[in-house]
Write a protein that binds this ligand. Structure first.
Ligand code: HEM
Length: 538
């Protein structure tokens, strides 16, 4: 995604030259002794280390190190140094300088930022029955000014919980996964067939073993949209054809624009921008309008399909009409709330999977031994599964490990946030109820204190027994945590694993350049320039 904030990007260089497998070192050792109030003592003397107060008391909130008291001065710095697009690197640098906890006040936002699993555990213990994140206020304002209902992403309290429990049944529970897995599998197989035909047609090398080097990102965005539409609307939209619809391309652009315009609006008084008709606000709101009208058209079609008698030939009741159909049939959510939630699922479901897939193809391509180990396991499991995609995934834990590893190194959302509902103590500082605490996933994933050899791409680290593999260790948090974790998680995980499985069964992957990828932040973390990948037919 290119946008007005991408002039400054983050160049993550390896210490070795082109050809290296290594990723950049994690932040310089942080003061990261496991938990608790005495963490600082163990590390006393190092820069940025928190010491327990001399009198043993819990320190006050005001004593938490910070990046500058004035939110407006900080905002100007953010603008001048273009930090919005390198927020992940700014966080990494700040933890290096200030230690494992700091306060930041930028424009209208303030938060306490943390990185250590022990502190993260403490925050999640105090999230309550209705966990709250930072509200994406520009999104909420769009709904309010257009008089649209909000979905789970923007709701809080009992209203959020009521919608969320109903959505969980359609997208998170194992019965739901069983329903949509074959649909994702079908789209992943079609994608590979389309790619194989292109490699055979345009690739170089001998017949049957041709290779083609491309930037696969446009195809991956189409794959993610095709997969989302199939699962959510029960509808294929033909994006792998030679002339994919312009309407779908416009949807992809609209999501891109909506995401890219969100970060600066978060820190600015966006209601003022709305009132004066500032271009930034207008672009943001127009992008959302487009996303809503795309969903609207499909919801109308879904509604008509459901109201008409079932196709002759298909057994009554046996047809899966997507998550939309399930919600409509059950009739527990009003049509307005169905529309709000379905639109959020669509807006949240495309870039979030297309981008990690780019990183995954790149890392597998530049780590041929890892790629071969994953392929061996996938082949064996696929042969055993007799065409059942669920069995095939269950027998290939390295695929799951690959996705976790990619999201460790390149977390789509660089933070998970919670508003605390009671007073807590973090790093021996008092944090009052109501504080917004951000878990900073990018520096966490690259910290030498949390991960052994964090610069290595090593899917196996999630498969063996040990702290990283243990789900309760607060190290793998790319999908968030607990009752408020990503509601699209099961769709995303299965969609990405299935695509990688079919790609590994069909192609050998390599990359023309193994330099680390420069990353940029536009509400999601993505490559500044999408990597080129060579697909060689197997
Ligand atoms: C790799 C892919 C994805 C990642 C890393 C991701 C990450 C996240 C994270 C971190 C949250 C906040 C969780 C929390 O606060 O604990 C979230 C929430 C959400 N995600 Fe995802 N997501 C992904 C894919 C998807 C997909 C495919 C969809 C839709 C099909 C989706 C829809 C949502 C929605 C609607 C929420 C709000 C849930 C709520 O507040 O109850 N996400 N996601």
């Amino acid at each position: 995604m290119r946008n007005m904030f991408t002039q400054v990007t983050v160049c993550v260089r390896t210490q070795r030259s082109c050809g290296s497998r290594s990723l950049p070192r994690g932040p310089r050792a942080l003061c990261t002794a496991a938990a608790g109030a005495v963490a600082g003592e163990k590390l006393g003397g190092r820069k940025g280390v928190r010491k327990r107060a001399v009198d043993g008391r819990v320190r006050s909130f005001e004593e938490i190190p910070h990046t500058g008291k004035s939110g407006w001065v900080n905002l100007v710095k953010f603008w001048r140094e273009d930090r919005f697009v390198q927020l992940h690197k700014h966080m990494e640098r700040t933890f290096n300088g200030l230690g494992p906890i700091y306060r930041e006040h930028v424009g209208t936002q303030s938060s306490v930022n943390i990185i250590l699993p022990s502190d993260i555990a403490e925050v999640f213990r105090s999230e309550g029955l209705h966990p709250e994140r930072m509200t994406l206020q520009p999104w909420a304002t769009h709904r309010e000014t257009r008089r649209l209902s909000k979905g789970v992403f923007l709701k809080n309290g009992e209203e959020w919980r009521a919608d969320r429990l109903l959505l969980n049944k359609e997208v998170m529970m194992s019965a739901a996964v069983k329903r949509f897995l074959p649909l994702l599998d079908e789209v992943a197989r079609d994608f590979c067939r389309m790619l194989r035909a292109r490699v055979d047609r345009d690739g170089g090398g001998e017949e049957g073993r041709r290779g083609l080097t491309i930037d696969p990102s446009p195809d991956l965005f189409r794959f993610a949209l095709e997969a989302s539409c199939h699962v959510i609307y029960g509808e294929r939209i033909g994006l792998f054809s030679s002339s994919p619809s312009l309407e779908s391309q416009k949807f992809i652009w609209a999501v891109e624009r909506m995401l890219a315009t969100t970060p600066p609006l978060l820190y600015l008084p966006h209601r003022l921008l709305l009132r004066i008709g500032a271009p930034l606000w207008t672009q943001h709101a127009t992008a959302w309008d487009h996303i809503f009208s795309h969903a609207d058209a499909r919801i109308q079609r879904g509604y008509q399909r459901l109201s008409s008698p079932p196709d002759r030939g298909s057994e009554a009741g046996s047809q899966f009409n997507g998550v939309l159909g399930q919600l409509m049939e059950k009739g527990q959510l009003s049509l307005d709330l169905i529309k709000a939630n379905i639109t959020e699922l669509m807006a949240g479901g495309v870039d979030t999977t297309a981008v990690p897939l780019q990183f995954a193809l790149f890392e597998l391509g530049r780590n041929p031994e890892v790629q071969e180990r994953v392929r061996q396991q996938v082949r064996a499991s696929w042969a055993q599964a007799g065409g059942d995609p669920q069995k095939a995934l269950q027998g290939a834990p390295l695929l799951k490990g690959t996705i976790k590893e990619i999201l460790r190194l390149y977390p789509v959302g660089i933070t998970v946030q919670r508003r605390t509902i009671k007073d807590i103590v973090l790093q021996n500082y008092h944090v009052p109820a109501g504080t917004l605490v951000q878990v900073c996933l990018y520096p966490l994933g690259r910290s030498t204190e949390v991960f052994q050899d964090p610069q290595r791409f090593e899917p196996e680290r999630w498969c063996s027994k040990g702290p990283a593999a243990d789900g309760s260790s607060f190290r793998s948090l790319a999908f968030g945590f607990g009752a408020r974790q990503c509601v699209g998680r099961r769709i995303a995980e299965n969609e990405m694993q299935l695509l990688l499985m079919h790609i590994l069964l069909s192609f050998h992957l390599s990359v023309p350049c193994t330099d680390d990828i420069s990353t940029t932040y536009t509400l999601i973390l993505q490559p500044k320039t999408p990597p080129r990948i060579t697909f060689s037919a197997l």
